[in-house]
Design a protein around this ligand. Structure first.
Ligand code: PLP
Length: 499
């Protein structure tokens, strides 16, 4: 039985090349009033006499084409985005209003300190608030992304351990870690050793205790971890590392379950980063820019990237005199426009508001979990934080896997959840609704997944062949990855491309 498909996107837009008709123009220029110059006489053989297949269309056709295409671009402003804050949470419009203030938007990094006091105050305030939220002693705003923050943090640990006489050899990463963690450790010159998780999805403390010795520089931990579970043994974990002189790095890219409730600095973390483009609602799509501030405890502060803000007289100055610093990790002072937005988000909410946002994030995730648990296998019998992770075990019995369910979800007008990640859960469906979702939207989403579970019982083929209502039906992903067609040629019609 095919259910009614809800679709709010136009799926029938042809390529602009196919809308071309010779002689159409999207502009009108006045007649030339200077002598014409032959492009080839200036550019030589680089000059093109003709642009191959250049589409000839009118202005309104161009506008309509791209406006229609923009409606295919599913985003958080259109509906629930179950990939959650780790990919994109709602960007409140107040952030944009503040970032467009001319004194902030038009500031230049080379303008003198005396004219930059407002911008420096913005940076100082954000550092102060992040210190408070992280429970840390100092924060650098330089890193331009989460992975960049990790790199900065591990370099801080390396410099600190070097100053103690031995940088050590290894970094431990739980098997649930985000892929950037082991990559960071390798780039920073460490070997990586994996730590197994237990049946609750948490670090196996006994395995950890065996692995920690004088060769271990740090443990890189995500908490709540990538299966959405809070490491209940975090204090024990911290003391196991500290007893052997090793450090704890916390990957706080996504702190949606912690902000205003629990502070990494209070549970033993030495250094951490957080992604402003995740937890603190700054834009994430379209290639960034992002920001991954790093927070440290006192003993690591001397090693932070320079320059650092310093109070001088009644105002701020940049302090370049930092002999132990690992050096700059980015030009100037970080992605300033992003930092402004994050500060706007923090100040618009205030402390209690941030705490409420966290509680709402926990509530929405646990609501989804409660509604879906009768139909899908929950991965771990531990309390869910800001996200819930199911496995496709029950549906796999009918031959339907997580990727198939995600494709069918497209027919219901939703962006898929995170498919097959974290990798330690077989056939994972990871869902993070975030704090801003109203109950009606959560219910629509849960209804869709429950309906799909029913379809799998009655007619698995329907789901295996999904999507049915989208412009492009199921593609051969293996061939697409192995033999990509990246160039369009006239006469190879779209229908052929869509085969
Ligand atoms: C997103 C993410 C990162 C990497 O952040 P980027 O800004 O993409 O470099 C690292 N760790 C975790 C847990 C993440 O979710």
């Amino acid at each position: 039985m095919i259910r009614k498909v809800r679709s709010h996107i136009n799926q029938n837009e042809t390529l602009l090349f196919e809308q071309s008709s010779p002689g159409k123009r999207a502009y009108q220029l006045p007649a030339l009033d200077v002598p014409p110059v032959d492009a080839a006489s200036v550019l030589g053989s680089d000059a093109r006499t003709e642009i191959e297949d250049f589409p000839e269309v009118s202005e309104v056709e161009v506008i309509r084409h791209f406006t229609r295409l923009s409606t295919w671009n599913y985003g958080i402003d259109l509906g629930l985005f179950p990939l959650g804050s780790c990919t994109m949470k709602y960007n409140p419009r107040i952030n944009e209003v503040v970032a467009r203030e001319p004194g902030l938007a038009w500031a230049h990094p080379y303008q003198p300190e005396s004219l930059s006091q407002g911008c420096m105050e913005v940076l100082a305030l954000l550092e102060e608030y992040l210190c408070e939220i992280f429970g840390m002693d100092a924060v650098t705003l330089q890193p331009a992304a989460g992975a960049h923050g990790e790199f900065t943090g591990i370099m801080l640990i390396r410099s600190y351990l070097e100053s103690q006489g031995n940088p050590r050899k290894k970094v431990l990463c739980p098997d649930s870690a985000h892929g950037t963690n082991p990559a960071t450790a390798i780039i920073a010159g460490y070997e990586v050793e994996n730590i197994k998780s237990n049946e609750k999805g948490m670090v196996d403390v006994e395995a950890l205790a065996k692995a920690v010795n004088e060769d271990v520089a740090a443990l890189m931990l995500t908490n709540p971890n990538t299966v959405g579970v809070f490491e209940e043994q975090i204090l024990t974990i911290a003391s196991i590392l500290h007893e052997k002189g090793a450090q704890i790095y916390m990957d706080g890219a996504n702190m949606n379950a912690l902000v205003g409730i629990s502070r990494p600095g209070d549970f033993g973390v030495d250094v951490m980063h957080s992604n402003l483009h995740k937890t603190f609602s700054t834009p994430h799509g379209g290639g960034g820019p992002g920001s991954g501030p790093v927070g440290v405890r006192k003993h690591l502060e001397p090693f932070l990237p320079g320059p650092r803000l310093k109070k001088a007289g009644g105002g701020w100055t940049w302090d370049y005199d930092r002999p132990k610093s690992i050096g700059r990790v980015r030009a100037f002072y970080g992605n300033f426009g992003v930092l402004v937005r994050a500060l706007a988000y923090i100040m618009a909410h205030g402390g209690p508001g941030l705490r409420n946002a966290t509680l709402d994030a926990l509530l929405t995730a646990n609501y989804v979990r409660a509604r879906l648990e009768p139909y899908y296998q929950i991965a771990y019998q531990a309390p869910s934080m800001h996200e819930c992770v199911f496995s496709d075990d029950r549906q796999a019995a009918k031959g339907v896997r997580t990727g198939d369910i995600a494709k069918r979800l497209l027919d219901y007008g939703f962006h898929p959840y995170t498919v097959s990640f974290p990798m330690i859960v077989r056939g994972a469906l990871m869902i993070e609704p975030t704090e801003t979702e109203p109950k009606q939207e959560l219910d629509l989403f849960c209804d869709a997944l429950i309906s799909i579970a029913g379809e799998i019982e009655e007619n698995p083929q329907l789901v295996l062949k999904a999507p049915h209502g989208t412009r492009t039906s199921r593609v051969d992903e293996v061939t697409a990855a192995r033999k990509p067609v990246v160039r369009w040629r006239r006469n190879e019609t779209a229908s052929k491309a869509a085969d």
